[in-house]
Ligand binder design. Sequence first.
Ligand code: NAI
Length: 333
Amino acid sequence: MRVAVFSSKAYDRLFLDQANEASRHELVYFEPPLTAETAALAAGFRGVCAFVNDRLDQEVLRQLHNSGTELIALRCAGFNNVDLAEAERLGITVARVPAYSPHAVAEHAVALLLSLNRMTYRAYNRVREGNFSLDGLLGFDLYGKTVGVVGTGKIGLIFTDIMHGFGCRVLASDPAPDPNAKAFVHYVPLEKLLAEADIISLHCPLTPQTHHLIDAQAIARMKDGVVLINTGRGRVVDTRAVIDALKSGKIGRLGLDVYEEEEQLFFQDLSQRVIADDLFMRLTTFPNVLITGHQAFFTREAMSHIAETTLANISAFEQGSGTLHRISADRLA
Ligand code: NAI
């Protein structure tokens, strides 16, 4: 099948081309993200391969439909940027990679936590400058602390395993608790988790219910000096409320891999440009904030798996057989 691959970087080509050796689809790579302005590039392509921040709203989907696209193969798990109802109306199939390496994301959340706790990102620069002072680098033992995990799906549960290994007490909140969760995972209402956790890590998807789940009210319930980690989705957190809480000291440390307005920033080299997002720039001024640009998924294992599943989705759609990880408005596969 001819597939237009949007938001493609050198590393996407590498892994997709490798995975395509067997299936031999015609992949045409476009660097720009998929938007209403770039959707015309997909004219005549039966398949479109999109990434996490590509926009698949009503306008874009209609354009794609009018120019012959029948399949959207997302090379990611999250599909909050896709208007599924519109895709269904237009008869466009939407497929995704439901799980690639939940370990990659859970391990990155732990990397943010460890780095923030012991301030290794600051120590690194100090030592290189011959500054061996320890002032400002004081951390705490993770052992014995209470960790609150919001969302115990594939990633959240692996995160609980790792934190249990550190000797932490694990609280969890999820509207659909996993009956197979290990005994050390104590499900509690979100309010209790917020009130008791020393460390809170967000692993829920972005839905209307989780939009700004962490707002000023939720933060007010947290312990003073709490560590907040978000590798889920940026809009789960109200950035303005978090900035206020950093200023007051309510939030002690903040680790983000995702950001509310990341579509304008992440996955690009903007180092020669003026960044106009004042909220984001304010976040970068805090010594106790560590931000990575949506890289939690970015391991060799995850990239291989993403490429293989994406190509398998395209083949399954074309041949009408095999596993197609289709998403529909009312049912997930
Ligand atoms: P999953 O679908 O296996 O688990 C999500 C869990 O969140 C489910 O158990 C669900 O019941 C729960 N949930 C839903 N609403 C909730 C609420 N209001 N409060 C608490 N829990 C709630 O998803 P998975 O694979 O564990 O991924 C979780 C999220 O991580 C994804 O939705 C995505 O947004 C994010 N992600 C981030 C990546 C990154 O590179 N930073 C990469 C992959 C995923």
